[in-house]
Design a protein around this ligand. Sequence first.
Ligand SMILES: [Zn+2]
Length: 326
Amino acid sequence: MRIQGTDLWLDANRKKDFCFVSHAHIDHAKRHKKILATPQTAKFYQHRLGETETRILEFNQPKRIKGAKVELFPSGHILGASQILVEKGGVRMVYTGDFKLRGCLTAERIQIKKCDILIMESTFGLPDYVFPPRKEIIKKLTGFVKKTLSQNQTPVVLAYSLGKAQEAMKILGNLGFKLSVHSSILKLASVYQRFGIKFKNCYRYYSRDLKGKVLLTPPWLRNSKMINNIPKKRIAMLTGWALDPGAKGTYGADEVIPLSDHADFWELTQYVKKASPQKIYTLHGFTEFVSHLRALGYDAERLEPKAKPYKLGKELLSNYDLFSNL
Ligand SMILES: [Zn+2]
């Protein structure tokens, strides 16, 4: 997407001259000539994609950039993950990136701003996806770990290496469990430490040093020798998709736990009510969520690759398009 008339792209999936990167997950962070990002995202981006010319913007420090007023503010998704507010011609447009409303131990709490146009993620935009309270989710995770350790087995926890894994390190480490952590997760955890988030009871993974420890690894290692060679183990996967009936089979796990960095159906709806936009575009989600928003009285549609530029208000109509996703 590009904010028309500004040359500022938002999470573009191809190389651009200047692009806002909401956070450093691979589906959002591609290699660009120059990026606009928070200090945390810039560091993760550098870790994953190497040095890039960067315009750093702290949260809640509005700046004029390429002819528009731009402000970054927390999305609550992972550390440093940011939404962007662009104001131009008196119209306020927010792009959320990935977000969640629930608090956690490793990301800033989300802020929600009123806006005219909202471009939002809607990954879990079906009523089937309402996550249990965080307390229950943590109880399920610690219950899994305790039970597995008490049976003299190794608890293996699969968690995406940026965001989810550090949250698991913090939850379990703070509760006194000892963790054996895969190097890809530890590398990214070092960026968290640089920004003041400390981890307890977390150690680098050694295959011969798993006794009494929880093994924390990214899901792509599920079928690796590293896991297959552990004689007695039980495996848990941390994901919002845990609510799907076949999730255990999908992830090859004995347990699936709905710890998510995304908003569930209820949170998505709450977000929209608080932002009270006149126009909503959804991304990465089910078409049913658009119908749900329309039933609530919102002018909503899915942002398709060929969506027409949206114009808001008479003045704007006569002047310029607010944005287009060229
Ligand atoms: Zn993400």
